[in-house]
Design a protein around this ligand. Structure first.
Ligand code: DC
Length: 228
């Protein structure tokens, strides 16, 4: 295995708690974090904004390559703030279609590896980080939860009326597309630590991952290295 630095790969399906947990883990271990789902969402948003067909691989790849996408606390496309828009129903309904195009994935994968090299490590969350983007990551976590629990968690993210059955159907459909696509399907890496979060609190999951990170010497505060 190549030593690629302090990298924690956190993969799993929608609603498994990845985003919240990854953010908390990153803070605890003193590493920067990259939400790779936000990159796929930003590309989807760029295609929708241009009026293009999300099902067209060339249109989607051109959007990925042509737009300047910045994913940080704020997400921008060519300088326009799309932080809220990328979480909206239109992007959510189309993102798995865009994320299945190999041209899009190749480009975003390169951006993710470049981000990792620039920061010298970090917590990366997504679907294929441990399997394809950074297969030499010293710690791979696969978060999962039952479909019912995942749909209910989505309810907590939305204000006003919420259709639980529709949310469950949307999650099931995204799982199906994400795990059956040809290019880097959603699945746990062979050496991933699988954590079922259905009956655990957020703090319990974070504790578990932080202790795995510390036991591998991946926590920057613990090793005395400077924070980025
Ligand atoms: O984590 P999320 O719900 O924001 O992800 C949005 C979509 O992006 C999801 O349906 C699958 C895709 N995705 C992916 O294919 N690979 C990644 N590394 C991250 C997300």
């Amino acid at each position: 295995m190549t030593d690629i630095g302090a990298v924690i790969a956190i993969d799993g399906p929608a609603g498994s708690g990845k985003s919240t947990i990854s953010r908390m883990v990153a803070e605890r271990v003193g590493l920067p974090m990259l939400d790779t789902g936000a990159m796929y969402r930003a590309v989807t948003c760029a295609v929708l904004r241009s009026g293009g067909d999300v099902g067209d691989p060339d249109v989607a790849a051109a959007a990925a390559e042509g737009a300047v996408i910045v994913v940080d606390d704020v997400v921008t496309i060519d300088g326009a703030d799309v932080t809220t828009e990328i979480r909206g129903p239109e992007v959510s309904a189309n993102v798995s279609i865009v994320a299945a195009h190999p041209g899009v994935r190749t480009h975003l994968r390169a951006m993710q590896r470049e981000w990792m090299a620039r920061h010298g490590g970090g917590v990366l969350e997504g679907r294929d980080i441990g399997t394809v983007v950074l297969p030499d990551a010293p710690l791979k976590i696969y978060l999962t939860a039952s479909p019912e629990v995942r749909a209910k968690r989505r309810a907590g993210d939305v204000q006003g009326d919420f259709d639980l059955a529709a949310a469950a159907a949307n999650i099931a459909e995204r799982d199906r597309i994400d795990s059956t696509r040809e290019d880097s399907p959603l699945r746990p890496a062979d050496d991933a630590v699988i954590v079922d979060t259905s009956d655990l609190t957020i703090d319990e999951v974070v504790e578990r991952i932080v202790s795995e990170a510390r036991s591998r010497g991946l926590a920057r505060e613990a090793s005395g290295k400077e924070l980025l």
